[in-house]
Structure formats: structure tokens, C-alpha cells
Ligand binder design. Structure first.
Ligand code: ZN
Length: 317
């Protein structure tokens, strides 16, 4: 009897334990993400792998790729199914997608899809109205006042300026300070109001529908480095139906996986991850890592993992 009781108890314990393990595993199941790439005026061959590694190393995401044909090739077979994904990361700047893929992407957004607009993705598709609303701000590719106003931080608000002129430029790459604007938003609530970013392009004079929902970070584009002399919006969420869209203009990709300062910046990686989690789930549960940069230290994760802390004094301004 005693033995039987024990065996029942053991069975019960084993069942409970396996249930807990199963529940735990379910709770930690990575979110499915898709990176769309294959054409870019940037080094997409490196950037899409880096973004995959950042997302997957966090344990929060599992990543697939949709890689288009090369520029100038027949695009008609590039039909993308967005429906299995909670997150679509745009690392694409190139030829028009087939109408079917454009329609599917608009549907994905309209039904509440999560989207990350990364760096030069906001250069793409100047003639696609819905895409330009998904980005809110864009540049280059012939954009001018017809694309929408310039938007920049001035007098304590995001000013929209309809003056004529080309959209999109940047000065030379340099280290710069990120300045929080909506520090109540979950993506940046726990992050410092000011942190130093590794050497990167600083997009300026961007223009578009400017349907910015929450302006997260701006940075001052100094004329001394060839910039606009304005405080430029570099990271924000976008108002677009039920979609959750995080747009980061940071992260100009370097020549190789290991020579890639802007993407090796811990600040770039953590904001990308937090923006991605918010876009995919509506919440940000990840903790701020101890190596997040400050206003005096730039930090790097050369291997895109939370494993090596490399600090460097930020240039004082
Ligand atoms: Zn760039």
C-alpha cells in the first residue's frame, strides 16, 4: 500500500513537472519573424544575417528570410506569405514587388501586423502610397515636397514643414547622442533619456506623410558633420490602422559582419529588439541589459550577443 501510494505520488509529481516544463516551453516559444531583403543600396548580405542573429540570440524570435531576386531581374515570382508571422522586418530598398505581394503586405499591416522599418527600407517604393504611410518618413529616390512635409524636433514638438526641397540626406558618419522625446512609451520607458550611439549615418531632411505616433528618439544633425542643423527624428512608432510599426533609421551596415560599428552598438541592438518585441506583441517584457550605453559610454556587442561588454568613451560635445 505504502509502495503504491508512493508510486502514485511519484507519477503525479512527474506529470505535474512535465506539465510545468511544457507550459514553460510554451511561454518561451519564440515569435515567428520574417526579414524581407534581397535588394538594397546597402550591404543587405550582411545586415539581414546580423538582424537575424540579434533577434534569435535574444531567445524571443525565430527568423525566416524572404529574399527577392536581384535588382533588374524578373520579380513576378516574388510572392511573399506574411500571414505566419507576428513580425516583418523590412531590410529592402529596390525594385517594385509584384502587385500580389504589395496587396498582401498592406493586408498584413491593416490586420494589425507587427513591422520594423530598418534604415534604408524607408528609401524604398517612393510611389507606393500605403508603404510611405507605413514608414511615415522617407528619403531619396526622388522624394520632394510631393512626398509630404519635412519633420523635425523644434520648440518642444515635432514640427511638420511643407517647404519645398529634396527629401533625405546625411552628413558623414560619426558618433552622436540620442535624445528621448516620448520616454513613457514601453519601447524606451526604461532606457536612458540620453545615450551615445556608435559611429553611424544620421538621416536628415526626411519627409513623408509624417504620421508619427510616438516620437521616441531624436538626434542633433550638426552642420559641422555635414548635417541639417536640426534635431532629426530617428526612432518612432507609426500611426497606421491596427498595425504596430517601429521605425529605426539607425544601423548603417558596415563592410563585414565584424566591421560593423553602427550595428554592433548595444544601443542599436537593444532598441531594435525592444521595438521588435513591441511590434510583435504590443508589450516589452525584456529587461534593460547592464551594458546599455550611457551619455558618456558607447558600448558594443561585437558578436551581437549579450556576452561581451566593450566600452568606449563617447566624444564629448
Ligand atoms: Zn546607410
Amino acid at each position: 500500500m505504502e509502495i503504491m501510494k508512493r508510486s502514485i505520488l511519484t507519477k503525479l509529481f512527474v506529470t505535474l513537472a512535465s506539465l510545468l516544463v511544457a507550459f514553460g516551453a510554451t511561454a518561451r516559444k519564440p515569435v515567428k519573424a520574417l526579414i524581407v531583403t534581397g535588394q538594397n543600396n546597402h550591404n543587405w548580405q550582411v545586415s539581414h544575417v546580423v538582424i537575424k542573429d540579434i533577434l534569435e540570440n535574444s531567445g524571443l524570435f525565430s527568423v525566416d528570410f524572404a529574399i527577392s531576386p536581384e535588382k533588374g531581374q524578373d520579380m513576378s515570382g516574388f510572392i511573399v506569405d506574411f500571414t505566419p508571422y507576428k513580425l516583418v522586418v523590412l531590410d529592402y530598398n529596390g525594385d517594385n514587388w509584384p502587385q500580389e505581394t504589395m496587396t498582401r503586405f498592406e493586408d498584413y499591416a491593416a490586420k494589425g501586423g507587427g513591422i520594423v522599418v530598418y534604415h534604408a527600407a524607408d528609401n524604398s517604393f517612393p510611389g507606393w502610397a500605403a508603404y510611405n504611410r507605413i514608414c511615415a518618413l522617407g528619403g531619396w529616390e526622388g522624394r520632394d515636397e510631393n512626398a509630404g512635409p519635412y519633420a523635425y524636433w523644434y520648440g518642444g514638438e515635432l514640427v511638420k514643414d511643407a517647404s519645398p526641397g529634396t527629401g533625405g540626406s546625411h552628413g558623414r558618419r560619426h558618433e552622436y547622442m540620442m535624445n528621448a522625446r516620448d520616454n513613457e512609451h514601453p519601447i524606451i520607458r526604461e532606457l536612458p533619456n540620453r545615450w551615445a550611439h556608435a559611429s553611424d549615418e544620421l538621416y536628415d531632411r526626411m519627409r513623408g506623410p509624417a504620421n508619427v505616433a510616438s516620437l521616441l528618439y531624436t538626434a542633433y544633425s550638426d552642420t559641422a558633420t555635414g548635417g541639417s542643423g536640426r534635431e532629426e527624428p530617428l526612432m518612432f512608432t507609426v500611426e497606421y490602422g491596427k498595425a504596430r510599426i517601429f521605425h529605426t533609421m539607425l544601423g548603417h551596415c558596415g563592410p563585414t559582419y565584424t566591421d560593423n560599428a553602427a550595428m554592433q552598438c548595444t544601443g542599436f541592438q537593444v532598441t531594435l529588439l525592444r521595438g521588435a518585441e513591441w511590434a510583435a506583441t504590443g508589450k516589452v517584457k525584456q529587461k534593460v541589459p547592464a551594458d546599455f550605453p550611457t551619455s558618456t559610454f558607447i558600448t558594443y556587442r561585437h558578436d551581437y550577443k549579450d556576452s561581451r561588454i566593450v566600452k568606449k568613451n563617447a566624444h564629448k560635445k
